[in-house]
Design a protein around this ligand. Structure first.
Ligand code: HEC
Length: 185
């Protein structure tokens, strides 16, 4: 059979080739997609960054986040770190080597003589539960409930559970206004 028109040529000569190639590649494509699907679901979730729900009671969170223990020395670093807590931008703290402590929030020099660790934890986690109008960022709020945030924080909390516990441990060590109480770096 000699094909007469381009249309017929397509139907008679090319289509069988295309369908048989597709038949073969279909399985390759299907398996490929399955593999991609499996690999993306089995990708391990970074346990450190996963949000673990907390519960506030009487303006406090009694249980440490994810049952973790904080380290005051790491906490001291985190409160000054600009891409982490950056608490110094708004609060004064006994961290003498850093200049320019902010005054937007109250000084935290003796915070532990006013608030318990559980009360401090809620304020770091979500100050809006104390004052809905606050300018202080909620450092460990359920990422699902947060919107209009920077790309790199989508689905994440500003501080991880461990980092919050470290910060709480540091603040809980600030009992008196004296610099002797300082946790050494
Ligand atoms: C943008 C400014 C800002 C930043 C950043 C900020 N805070 Fe605050 N914070 C405030 C303000 C303002 C208050 C006063 C309470 C209010 O607004 O309702 C406050 C209150 C607090 C309190 C309660 C103090 C009290 O006497 O009751 C604690 C504890 C606290 N902040 C800790 C932190 C820590 C820890 C960080 C960093 C991880 C931090 N804050 C970052 C502004 C800030």
């Amino acid at each position: 059979m000699v094909p007469e028109t381009a249309n017929e040529y397509c139907r008679n000569m090319l289509m069988p080739i295309i369908t048989s190639t597709l038949n073969k590649t279909r399985w390759v494509l299907l398996l490929g997609m399955l593999a991609i699907g499996l690999s993306s679901t089995s990708k391990p979730i970074n346990a450190e960054e996963r949000f673990i729900p907390w519960q506030a009671k009487n303006f406090a969170i009694t249980t440490p986040l994810a049952g973790l223990k904080g380290d005051p020395k790491r906490g001291r670093k985190l409160v000054a770190q600009r891409d982490k807590g950056n608490c110094l931008a708004c609060h004064a703290m006994p961290i003498n080597e850093e200049a320019f402590h902010g005054t937007l929030g109250p000084p935290l020099n003796a915070i532990a003589s006013r608030l318990s660790p559980a009360e401090i934890r809620l304020r770091v986690v979500d100050q809006t539960m104390i004052n809905p109008m606050t300018v202080m960022p909620a450092f460990y709020k359920d990422p699902v409930t947060v919107n209009r945030i920077a790309q790199k924080y989508i689905g994440k909390t500003i501080l991880s559970a461990q980092e919050v516990e470290d910060v709480v441990a540091y603040l809980a060590s600030l009992k008196q206004q004296t610099s002797q109480q300082e946790v050494q770096p």
